[in-house]
Every structure is written in structure tokens, then in C-alpha cells.
Design a protein around this ligand. Sequence first.
Ligand code: ADP
Ligand code: MG
Length: 456
Amino acid sequence: MPSLPPRVLWQAVLGELEVQMAKPSYETFLKDTTGTGREANRLMVATPSPFVAEYLQQKLYALVARTVERVAKEPLEVSFLVAPNGGDAAKQRDGNGGQPPRDVAPRPLGTLALNLRYTFETFIVGKSNQLAHAAAVAAADYPGQKYNPVFLYSGVGLGKTHLLHAIAHRVLARGLSMLYLSAEQFTNEFVTAIREGRAAEFNAKFSGVDVLLVDDVYSLAGKEQTQEKLFHLFNERHQANRQIVLTSDRPPAALTSLGDRLRSRFAMGLIGDIQTPDLEMRLAILRSKAEQSASSGLVPDDVLLMLAQKVQRSVRELEGNLNRVLALAELTGKPVTRELAAQALAGLEANRGSRSATPEEIVALVARHYGLSPDALRGPVREKKVALARHVAMFLLQQELNVTLSQIGRVLGGRDHSTVDHACKRVEVMSNVDAGLRTDLVTLREALEKPSAGKG
Ligand code: ADP
Ligand code: MG
């Protein structure tokens, strides 16, 4: 007998609970909850806050479980997950700022909480992530049939976890089972299972699922026993045509501290990378995020553009900045304008400025990055590679330090300010179409921020 979709099932349970309970407690603890998923004999329920989740778990579990059993006509465990902004009714209240949701429920099946906002519908697709997106959709719609495994990789904050959750939601909605966990959690559970003599239970946990999602596999580096286990599990799942999706910060070939066997297994299916988004995509993402958290009314286009132009590094950072602006608007009761946005982000800039890099250090860093000498950047050579490095150095000096174009020109061997200006603009434009250049800029900026990291 096909069971009810979790959302529908939970809706029916709520209907029953509403008539059984006192109105204030129903309203406080249940009204804004949503059935989000089902795994074997477990129903996952999203709640708007840790407080609500804890209360339901501690005080109302028995009542809820009884009601679930009556409606579902079978006993089910219930896990309360914290997904602020999760329940339909709670959509307009986003206090979470893109943080991963916390799961306070016991996790008998080892699945991490799913963020309800991380769906395919809320994922903006563009040049920089279309392959990864297509791979994820294929894994969700044709599990085990098209590409297996799917291996997604990118730098931090570019949407890997979002895509994994999106797959999980879709798989659950189609009534299939899935297991979603981080590689770290996989390691911990495996180690615990071995220690407690529950290896068979550990294996059983995986053998029933249709789709296995493992986030951040690079954290398996150096853990040979765990790798061995994953390798066998992988083969077993793969032979049974069960879908596997993995994410990492690097492509399989670059995961050098992982055993060769595991690496080559990871590379067997489809590998999809995600690059940093270009300006147009950053704008689309910001627009969509602004619409999702409509608490502060509309964010005008000029503010979105201003935010989109600022960040090159990751979507998480992009969202963080938007959230800062929205928070300041809410705190001060002022409308969202460019001035307010500048004020909200001023603190960030100040923090960055406190780094002690000198112009010479920046030039040296860029030179090293491109395998050149600082003198080459200061000198007259116009060969393509040298010119690019020189332009990048100018751009970074302009962006990262509070210096004039003429000063930059002097640091780079006495070039005039219009040359510098032209170079900076060119790098900015190029970085929107050239993913390789964007990666260079991200790497260089990260290196620049390192020395200040220890200063608190
Ligand atoms: P990763 O796992 O790669 O470090 P996440 O999946 O946690 O990154 O993404 C960081 C944040 O950026 C999340 O809030 C996610 O929703 C958002 N995000 C990333 N890419 C996109 C996208 N293409 N469209 C919408 N939101 C995105
Ligand atoms: Mg992630």
C-alpha cells in the first residue's frame, strides 16, 4: 500500500492534534511545523526553532507519535528538525541567515537535517554551475540509471550542499528513500559502530536506501579504515544500481590523500564542478534571496547591483552581505537604500582594511602566483602572461588598499593613472566572463587575508 507523502500525512496529523489540544499550545508548538520527509519508518518534521523542536521531543512526543500511528496506520518514529523559515507558515520569518539548520532530534538513521529552502526551485542556474545542476537533477530523477556516482566539487559556499539537499527533497517527494550524511559523520558512525560491535547494523543502514548522499568527502583524508569501508559500500551500492552522490572541494584526481582505488571509483560517473558566479548570476541569486526573505519589503535594484558587484568569492558571502543589509534596515526601521547598504557593509571593509599587506607584498604575491618575479611586473615586458599578472596586481591594489591610481602606477614601475584605470576596469570585466581569472582572484584574496586571520 503506497503511503501518504510526508507533507500530507503531517497535515492530517496536525488536524487531529488541533482538536485534541489546548489552542495556545497547539499554536505555539505545532502550527508552524511541516512534514518534510520520510525514511523507512521515520517521519521528519521541520520546526521553526530549536526551542519548539526540543519541546515537541520532550513533552509532546508520545501524543504526536500516537496520532501519527493512527493516521498513518503504522507506527512511525518522528524526528523534529530545526529548519527556520521551513514550515510554510513560517516562510516570512527568516532568522537563520543561510546557516545550516540544526538537527536536535535523535538520528537513528544518521541523516542530517534538510534545509527546506535548499531545493532545485530556489537554485539559480547559470554558466558557472549548469553541469553540476544537470548532474544533480539526473541523479534525483533517474537514480542509479544515468550517472553513477555523481561527483560535485567547488570551493566553499558555492552550492554543493544546496544541491545535495535538493536531490534529497526530490527523492523523498517521489517516495524513494535516501541517506544524507557528511563524510565526517560517516567516519564517526563507522568508528562508533566498530567500537560497539554494531558493524552489521551499520551495513544494514545503507543497504535499504535508494540514494546515498555524502557531503564533503575530502574530510576522509588520512582515515584509511573508513575509506576502505566506504570503498566496499560504494561497490556494493554501485552494483545494486543505487545512486551515489558525493561532494568535495576538489576533483577526484586532486584528492591525493585518498587511496587510488577510492579516487578512481569517485571518477567513474559524472563529475560536475561549480565555479564562482559571474555578475549576472550573482544578481539573479541576490534577487531571488531578497524575494525569499521579503521581511523588509523590496530591495531596490540599485542596491542589489551594488551588492552583486562587490563579492566575487562565494554565494554564501553574497547572501551574508544581503542579510547584513536587511538586518540593519530592520533594526533601524529605515528603507533599503544604497546609503544604508554602504553603512551595513562598512564594518566589513574596515575589518579587511586592518590587514597589514603593503603594496609591495601584494605585487610579490601576485608575481609568485603567476610564477613570475616582482621585477617582471614592474618592468616593460608586454607578453600576455606578464601583462595579465600586472593587471591583476593593479586591480588588487585598487580593491584592497586605499591608494590612488597614480600611487598604484608608481608601485608598478611608473605607469600613469589612466593605464592603471584601464587595467582595473579590464580585470573587472574579464572576471565576469573568465572563470579561471575569478579563481585566481579568489585565491589571491584568500592569501591576502591569511596573515590577519590570527589577529582575531
Ligand atoms: P557549499 O556546500 O558548496 O559550501 P552551500 O550549498 O552551503 O555551499 O551554499 C552556500 C549558500 O549559498 C547557501 O545558502 C545556498 O543556498 C546558496 N547558494 C549557492 N549557490 C546557489 C545558487 N546557484 N542559487 C541559489 N542559492 C545558492
Ligand atoms: Mg557544503
